[in-house]
Write a protein that binds this ligand. Structure first.
Ligand code: GAP
Length: 535
């Protein structure tokens, strides 16, 4: 599937718009349109319902070591600045970036790529931040300009090797920056904190500085004791949260994949240290199953277990659930979700102060005078098992997913072009979004075959009867074939049509989006039929 086609459908049909588009857009920010908002909300609702409200606390879930409880939270986006100091984000949440002295632009070091090229006895590295499909076009155009070559002399450009990341280039003097006209304008890479700063209240300067959260997870850790004290949950249990997170990404790219404002769906699962390896495996497999149950196909989805040398020493396992997004080069996958065994790192950091993640066992990070670099809350975040009497700091398993990335993966997976007959029976190419019915923005559309003979009245009655149960769409405008096509593009799984026969025997046709099969059911059975099929 070509990404351009999906991007254009998303705009044309109201799934996604560039933020502030009438002012030229704002890089790294996206708005969900009328169909997109329903799709993303269905993704978040499916997650919340499958992970939290629909979880059965009393039965052992398939693959789980024991029963467990699940509960939720909704924390603020701006939290006490000390949270980010103790969590490590203030000191460690950095990316390396390079600045261009000529264009004044800033790029993430590992996201600039380029190719060596030689002409007129000079060899240069032409850098680009274009999408993979446009890289070659971009570097060729700029190399041609740099060497001042006419189009007919383009074959004087001698390309040397394939594209490679800027991180592999040691001599920046030979580099033509992504938006530069002369060589050597990029600075050496420097660290850049990804947290957005803001000012709280009337205080200016450091005193009033706070941060927009870069993850929802910390809100859960700092409320661990509140949840224990206000509910009767017992370890093992999980706390879930969905909500906005913000990262000042240097090079937001690939549609919504890397945005500056995005939504996360995170669980912090608290368990006994001795059982944490088993719980890690459970969550890794449970989360992978969730995506396949909602229709992401086996060949584009994979679970990648991190190698031992990629793990923090306090972690016994981390895995990424990855999807082969169409904007990535062939064979590459992008992260949808990470599932990490985090040991007691987070709860201890908020009790004792910022820990040094490279110590084993974990120790407090101290300054030259032996004082903590960042002080913790000093509050007791340990857990006492009231049955065994044992007191310990629970270990944490963290399945951390992105709502926008999951939505994007469902959009990519759904986009299909096939052939279907038009009104005259002639085969035509059709674009159809084959969403799983649970995430489809509209569940059913209701049409009168023609706008006369009492059909609209019956169709409207069916629409009104279905509306309290599902997101249903009524359409009576234009040829019925065209109405089907519009619903195919919106990903509506079922179309219900009132025709001449309806007026005689009170039955309607239901059309399946994917198979194009049509069958008749009585009007009274419509709700049950659609509900059963949506699942
Ligand atoms: N608490 C752990 C954590 O935040 P992460 O791997 O940095 O881990 C988790 O983020 C998930 O959040 C990612 O797998 C991805 O789905 C989503 N995410 C992270 N950065 C993102 C961005 N810039 N744009 C869109 N989604 C992002």
């Amino acid at each position: 599937m070509e990404m351009e086609k999906l991007v254009s459908l998303c705009k044309r049909r109201g799934f996604l718009f560039q933020s502030s588009e009438i002012y030229g857009g704002f890089n790294g920010f996206w708005d969900y349109g009328p169909l997109g908002v329903e799709l993303k909300r269905n993704v978040k609702n499916a997650w919340w319902s499958d992970m939290v409200t629909g979880h059965d606390d009393l039965s052992v879930a398939a693959g789980a070591p024991t029963t467990y409880e699940m509960t939720g939270l909704d924390c603020t986006i701006i939290m006490h600045p000390q949270v980010w100091k103790c969590s490590g984000h203030y000191d460690l949440f950095h990316d390396f970036m390079v600045d261009c002295r000529e264009s004044q632009r800033r790029y993430r070091h590992d996201q600039v790529r380029g190719r060596w090229v030689q002409a007129k006895n000079q060899r240069i590295f032409v850098a680009t931040v274009s999408e993979t499909s446009q890289e070659q076009e971009d570097v060729q155009r700029r190399a041609q300009k740099f060497f001042n070559l006419r189009a007919k002399n383009i074959d004087q450009l001698e390309w040397d090797g394939d594209f490679q990341p800027l991180t592999e280039i040691s001599d920046l003097d030979q580099v033509l920056g992504p938006d530069a006209k002369s060589l050597g304008t990029l600075t050496e890479p420097r660290e850049f904190n990804l947290m957005f700063k803001t000012i709280v209240g009337a205080l200016s300067g450091e005193e009033g500085t706070a941060f927009l959260r870069p993850e929802t997870a910390q809100g859960i850790f700092v409320n661990f004791k509140n949840v224990l004290d206000s509910t009767r949950v017992r370890v093992p249990f999980g706390i879930a949260q969905t909500g906005k997170s913000f990262r000042n990404e240097i090079t937001p790219r690939n549609f919504t994949f890397r945005s500056r404002e995005f939504e996360q769906m995170e669980i912090e699962f608290f368990c006994h240290p001795d059982a944490s390896a088993e719980w890690y495996r459970y969550w890794r497999d449970r989360r992978m199953r969730w995506y396949t149950e909602l229709g992401l196909s086996g060949e584009r989805l994979r679970l990648r277990e991190h190698d031992a040398d990629e793990l923090s020493h306090y972690s016994t396992g981390t895995a990424d659930i990855e999807y082969a997004f169409p904007f990535l080069p062939e064979g590459e996958f992008g992260e949808l979700e990470g599932i990490a065994h985090r040991g007691d790192f987070d709860l201890r950091s908020h009790m004792e102060g910022k820990l040094n993640p490279s110590t084993n066992p974990l120790e407090l990070e101290v300054d030259e005078d032996g004082k903590p670099v960042w002080r913790g809350s000093g509050k007791d975040l340990t857990y006492r098992d009231d049955l065994s009497g044992e007191r310990y700091t629970p270990h944490v398993i963290e399945p951390s997913a992105g709502a926008d990335r999951a939505t994007l993966a469902f959009l990519c997976e759904a986009y299909t072009e096939d052939e279907a007959p038009d009104e005259k029976g002639k085969m035509q190419t059709r674009t159809v979004m084959k969403f799983h019915p649970r995430v489809a923005p509209i569940k059913a559309a209701v049409f009168p075959l023609v706008k006369k003979d009492g059909m609209p009245e019956v169709a409207r009655e069916i629409y009104s009867a279905l509306k309290p149960h599902f997101n249903v769409f009524y359409d009576e405008k234009g040829a019925v074939g065209r109405r089907y096509r519009r619903q195919d593009e919106a990903g509506t799984p079922y179309c219900i049509t009132v025709d001449g026969q309806t007026l005689q025997d009170q039955t309607v046709t239901i059309r399946d989006r994917d198979t194009l099969e049509q069958w008749r059911v009585s009007i009274d059975d419509c709700i049950t039929e659609v509900r059963q099929r949506i699942g």
